[in-house]
Design a protein. Structure first.
Length: 70
């Protein structure tokens, strides 16, 4: 299956860093409404990553692996 144009344009390294930042903000946040909104965005990112790996066959380490991030 060929990837949609929006998937082809994703900078996976940048998305992983942004996701990590979002998770840190969710952990520190004390405002329930804001937390719900941010968790919704996090869920969207998770689904995009799952689609890229499970449906398009993009390497899982490229999409998910945060162990090499500093």
């Amino acid at each position: 299956m060929e990837a949609p144009e929006f998937i082809k344009k994703i900078d996976w390294e940048l998305l992983k860093k942004q996701k990590q930042s979002l998770m840190a903000i969710i952990e520190w946040n004390e405002l329930p409404l804001l937390k719900d909104d941010m968790e919704g965005i996090l869920s969207l990112i998770d689904n995009i990553q799952d689609y890229a790996v499970n449906k398009l066959g993009i390497d899982e380490d490229k999409v998910f692996d945060l162990t090499n991030e500093k």
